[in-house]
Write a protein that binds this ligand. Structure first.
Ligand code: SF4
Length: 379
């Protein structure tokens, strides 16, 4: 039986962070109807291939802010999923939680309902950075939640942390990493703050109210992060992800492997191995069971997607397992030539079994990967 992953999108947040372009709402009036539709969607998808005959290896509550939902409602979703899908005995159940929702009582409640891993939206220890991004927590929450987790029942957790924050320097970033070293979370996801259109941050940057750090500062922060993480015993296994031994994110690793995944809830995406689809990013219309558009991926789309996700990982792209079955030999030869060219420039490290991007070039990975893409019309 194949293994797969289940993602449940909880589209509610206490307040809107200024950089965020995920699907969420600060209005909870649709909550009951959305949850009802999610239970129904789980029931429908559980009857369909490939999930009918797959085992769930990881269930992930993302959002939005899933920790905003009561433990009782989270438990009901877990029960529905466990009743309708086959779960591996050691399946990981991850809850994204914001620091201001983390209390000793909630940690106990989440443990009781079967949550085995937390992903904490900590982002920073700096009050000014947290306030300027309109996060719902402050620096004292950032510290307090890590202390409660250290004494709590869920010891497997990941911390989301952000560099490239307005006003930050390489030195201020190193101070934040020093503070994180006190706790050494089992897993770290560190992202450079990006300015997405239609966000408050985008308008603040355009109007000159906020100035982003220079690119060289962001690259130096990334390099400082990588050096710090290696000294602290982390494996840098993907552009933005670092794990202590055996603490890799099962859920993300599954995405990067190119296998099927199922997303439930408003805005969630799914892929069944050939076709992908996405639920509408609107809570009211999702609750009314709006139509779900889908597209079938060509072999070229599949190859380009695998290049995109695999080359952000340390493992890289493997010729034997990552080339889509049935891809035309002439197209494969074109990719091999591009790989040779980039390898000659030192931008790829190539062996007989595959190729990867050396970590010192990971910050340029988008441009390096784009050179390898096949044109959608190449067929
Ligand atoms: S809590 Fe997360 S999902 Fe909600 S607005 Fe902030 S970044 Fe976006």
């Amino acid at each position: 039986m194949n293994t797969t992953t289940l993602y449940l999108h909880i589209p509610y947040c206490k307040q809107a962070c200024h950089y965020c372009d995920f699907h969420f709402s600060t209005q909870r009036s649709t909550e009951a109807a959305v949850l009802e539709a999610m239970h129904a969607e789980i029931a429908t998808r559980a009857q369909q291939e490939p999930w009918k005959n797959s085992r769930i290896n990881s269930l992930y509550f993302g959002g939005g802010t899933p920790s905003f939902l009561s433990a009782n409602k989270l438990a009901q979703l877990i029960s529905t999923a466990q009743a309708l899908f086959s779960f591996n005995a050691d399946a990981e159940i991850t809850l994204e939680a914001n620091p201001d929702d983390i209390t000793p009582e909630n940690l106990e409640a989440w443990h009781r309902i079967g949550i085995t891993r937390l992903s904490i939206g900590l982002q920073s220890f700096d009050n000014h950075e947290l306030q300027s991004m309109n996060r719902a927590h402050d620096a004292s929450h950032s510290v307090q939640c890590l202390e409660w987790i250290a004494d709590g029942p869920i010891q497997n957790y990941s911390v989301d942390f952000m560099y490239g924050m307005p006003g930050s320097t390489v030195e201020s970033w190193k101070r934040q990493l020093d503070q994180l070293a006190t706790y050494l979370p089992p897993h770290l996801s560190c992202y450079a703050l990006t300015v997405e259109e239609k966000t408050v941050l985008y308008h603040d940057v355009r109007s000159g109210k906020i100035t982003m750090p220079a690119d060289e500062v962001i690259v130096a922060q990334f390099e400082a992060l990588r050096a710090w993480a290696l000294v602290q015993g982390y494996t840098h296994y993907e552009l933005s992800n670092f794990a202590q031994p055996d603490k890799y994110s099962r859920h993300n690793s599954h995405y990067w492997s190119g296998q099927s995944y199922l997303g439930i809830g408003p805005g969630a995406h799914s892929f069944d191995g050939e076709k992908r689809w996405w639920n509408i990013s609107n809570n009211t219309l999702y609750a009314q069971r709006a139509a779900v558009p889908s597209e079938k991926l060509t072999l070229i789309d599949l190859l380009n997607e695998r290049l995109m996700v695999r080359l952000r990982t340390a493992k890289g792209f493997l010729w034997k397992s990552d080339v889509p079955v049935g891809l035309d030999q002439a197209l494969l030869d074109t990719v091999k030539q591009s790989v040779q060219k980039s390898s000659a420039k030192g931008l790829l490290k190539s062996t007989e079994v595959g190729f990867n991007i050396p970590p010192e070039y990971w910050m340029q990975s988008d441009a390096i990967i784009a050179e390898l893409f096949l044109s959608p019309d190449a067929d």
